[in-house]
Design a protein around this ligand. Structure first.
Ligand code: NAD
Length: 353
């Protein structure tokens, strides 16, 4: 582990976090504590039932329900939601990163407080970061305005997440923590958050996959998600997130699956350069960072190959070109040839060395 160095700052305002089965029934109490009485409930078309249930639970405190949250937060959806939010005094988001992204986009423009109920492990609720898309281009910004004020983690809500999304979303969250370990601005607090998150997912994800309705395991993995999301907010991300942003942004690959497939490969790329920072990961996963994470993904039944997401082999060259342009800081220099090889292995689903 790193030695303590004075002067690091967590750098985030405090957020109210509650975790436990049935905590979703506390939305009204949380609103009342903040002096709020007219919430716009947000979710996706696929989660309309969960949105309706929240609206019914809130009764008169629900001002409206907007069910058009969409991956990558398109600005035109935000504009429609802003219309729906006129007259509301807060936002209640029930969903994954897409729904929480919409709440953040509205909060950026209105300063409305946000109460969020995460139903995936992506971790957006714990960050002051917003990615939004205009004219086909995704921009990412950081602002205290977008950090949700209250997070209610209810394991009964995430228990409806299908097996495939459960696994890919969990690996997406673990990727935040793995990259945090070798971040340039890693600090003693971020190291502990990241390691606790990785350990909890390593223990909890196999249990959840065995029984999707295991509420103890769902609760443990939601806590892990908060740890990994919190660490994502604390330190800078590197090669892995750059590759995922490239493949998501330029080739429209799905978010969680792309993270899940690339994690063993990006970790392997950095395994030698960041050997000290990644030593606890190697130890947890059987001695080899990339190979161990690959074996873990195999055991969980995760997707392994970019070609299975519909990515065509001839686009690998272009993906490598884009990925090495304006690279994020990374512990190992970004070399075009090595990145192209990494992408080839990820495309094939090969086990990293
Ligand atoms: P998502 O929110 O798009 O959800 C994927 C699908 O699963 C959706 O159809 C959703 O309605 C459905 N779903 C979600 N939870 C469910 C549940 N419990 N039961 C049944 N269906 C459920 O997926 P995601 O991976 O959580 O979020 C991805 C988005 O979040 C991306 O746009 C990504 O950029 C963003 N994100 C942002 C940050 C940040 O800090 N800003 C962090 C992580 C992810």
């Amino acid at each position: 582990m790193r030695t303590f160095h004075a002067g690091f700052e967590p750098g985030r305002p405090p957020v109210r976090v509650r975790l436990g089965a049935g905590v979703r029934y506390q939305i009204g109490a949380e609103m009342a504590a903040l002096g709020l009485s007219r919430s716009l409930v947000l979710t996706t078309a696929e989660q309309v039932q969960q949105g309706e249930a929240v609206r019914a639970e809130l009764g008169a405190a629900a001002f409206g329900l907007f069910t058009r949250a969409t991956m990558h937060t398109p600005v035109e959806i935000t504009e429609a939601a802003l219309e729906a939010a006129k007259g509301a005094d807060c936002l209640v988001a029930i969903g994954g990163g897409s729904t929480i992204g919409l709440a953040k986009a509205i909060a950026l423009r209105t300063d409305l407080p946000q109460i969020v109920l995460p139903t995936t492990y992506a971790g957006s609720e714990a960050t002051p970061v917003l990615g939004q898309t205009a004219n086909g281009t995704k921009e990412t910004l950081r602002s205290p305005k977008v950090q949700p004020e209250v997070i209610l983690y209810d394991p009964e809500l995430v228990a409806t997440l299908p097996a495939k999304l459960t696994v890919t979303s969990g690996l997406n969250a673990m990727a935040h923590a793995v990259e945090a370990l070798y971040a340039r601005d890693a600090n003693p607090l971020s190291d502990q958050l990241a390691l606790a998150g990785i350990r909890a997912f390593k223990d909890g994800l196999p249990r959840v996959v065995t029984d999707l309705g295991d509420l103890d395991a769902r609760e443990a993995t939601l806590f892990a998600s908060w740890l990994c999301g919190t660490v994502l907010a604390q330190v800078g991300m590197a090669l892995h997130h750059k590759l995922c942003h490239t493949l998501g942004g330029s080739f429209n690959l799905p978010h969680a699956e792309t993270h899940a497939i690339l994690l063993p490969h990006s970790a392997a790329y950095n395994a030698h350069a960041a050997a000290k920072a990644l030593a606890p990961v190697a130890e947890l996963f059987g001695g080899s960072v990339g190979g161990g994470l690959h074996d873990f993904a195999v055991a969980l039944g995760a997707p392994l190959a970019l070609r299975d997401l519909g990515f065509v082999e001839r686009d690998l060259d272009l993906a490598a070109d884009i990925a090495v342009k304006t690279p994020y800081w990374n512990p190992r220099p970004i070399e075009r040839k090595a990145i192209r090889e990494l992408l080839q292995r990820a495309w094939e689903g090969a086990r990293p060395e």
